[in-house]
Design a protein around this ligand. Structure first.
Ligand code: HEC
Ligand code: HEC
Length: 308
């Protein structure tokens, strides 16, 4: 798994192929600045954390904890999601409360549970310390919150998995997937019903569903309802992409499921019963052999294709 570091950057050279939508052109210098900022501990109050402390490249830009640890040892409220293929996201955070990537990348900096640094101090550090001024100038970005947001989001937009075995399979290169992986894709697209929510080239419908995660003693977390105010959205969370998913354990918005097998067991049981459970959860039908096949397929979503 570790040998996988930096793969998305390798794919950058090829550009995201069909069927992913094209991305805006970005100057390489802006991506370079974004890369440096993503790894910069100066963006946290006590200089202990960078974005990459929680979004670790070797773990598919997530980490290995159910809840991550921010400055002063505080726990984040939710599991750290991947940033892979978020260029194609329609909204951000587990409940979708953040409308744009530019807004999302600034939030952890001021969040007291994450990096805990006010923007004025951040800009002061970037204006006065080491080589930052030159890097901003080369990137053509002002040393402002907007400049930081545009560079960080340019970096995030360049982290994707696109030319994976499943994409080649869908282009007709049948041998890209093994027999088990193909059988797993079949379960995914038929009796498993996974495609009903993990749809399209990024394996997410970018919508919100209640699968019963986070239900305790029948009590449902607000989830999406905290954003929309609509009680029908209680307990609903954004469908995460499944690109790179083998690398990002533990799973779900609260990190409560340790392995892909545990996730599939959750679906096999039809989720956790509650008054707002998404009706699609009842359409999942999994037999005894299906877990193994689905896991094989999910692993294939996280495996680079053979170089050509
Ligand atoms: C302390 C750990 C931590 C740090 C540091 C951190 N993040 Fe996150 N990140 C999270 C968590 C947790 C979430 C989910 C927040 C939520 O849903 O409430 C998240 C969400 C995101 C998302 C949205 C993903 C999605 O699918 O909606 C992006 C993009 C992101 N972070 C980028 C960054 C950037 C850029 C930085 C650095 C400026 C950063 N993060 C620093 C933990 C962290
Ligand atoms: C009703 C819509 C729906 C269906 C059907 C569905 N999922 Fe999900 N999936 C979600 C949502 C929403 C989440 C996040 C739930 C949460 O954390 O509250 C999720 C989370 C996951 C995760 C965890 C990803 C991560 O980064 O934490 C995996 C893996 C997954 N689903 C695989 C599957 C598989 C395999 C199937 C078919 C057996 C399936 N899903 C069926 C909506 C769905």
């Amino acid at each position: 798994m570790r040998a996988w570091i930096g793969l998305p950057l390798v794919l950058l050279a090829q550009g995201p192929p069909y069927p992913l939508p094209p991305l805006p052109e970005t100057r390489p210098e802006l991506v370079e600045l974004g890369t440096a900022l993503f790894h910069a501990r100066e963006l946290s109050l006590d200089r202990s954390l960078a974005c990459s402390s929680c979004h670790q490249p070797e773990y598919g830009f997530a980490d290995t904890l159910a809840l991550s640890i921010g400055v002063n040892g505080q726990r984040t409220l939710r599991n750290t999601p991947t940033i892979l293929n978020r260029a194609f996201g329609a909204s951000f955070s587990w409940d979708g409360r953040v409308p744009t990537l530019e807004e999302q990348v600034l939030r952890p900096i001021t969040d007291a549970r994450e990096m805990g640094l006010d923007h004025a101090t951040m800009l002061e550090r970037l204006r006065t310390e080491s080589a930052w001024a030159g890097a901003f100038e080369r990137a053509g970005a002002p040393v402002t919150t907007d400049g930081v947001a545009s560079a960080l989001s340019a970096f995030v937009r360049r982290q994707w998995i696109a030319d994976a075995p499943v994409d080649r399979f869908r282009r007709g290169e049948v041998e890209s997937l093994t027999n088990d992986e193909r059988a797993g894709l079949w379960v995914y697209e038929s009796s498993g019903g996974c495609w009903r929510c993990h749809a399209g080239p990024n394996f997410s419908d970018e919508a919100f569903h209640n699968t019963g995660i986070g239900v305790r003693d029948g009590v449902v977390e607000p989830g999406r309802a905290a954003v929309t105010g609509d009680p029908a959205d209680r307990g609903a969370f954004k469908t995460p992409t499944l690109r790179g998913v083998a690398l990002t354990a533990p799973y779900m918005h609260d990190g409560s499921l340790a392995t892909l097998e545990d996730v599939i067991e959750h679906y096999r049981r039809g989720g956790v019963a509650n008054e707002r459970l998404d009706p699609r959860m009842r359409q999942v039908r999994l037999g005894p052999e299906d877990t193994r096949l689905l896991v094989a397929f999910l692993n294939a979503l996280s495996r680079p294709a053979e170089p050509k």
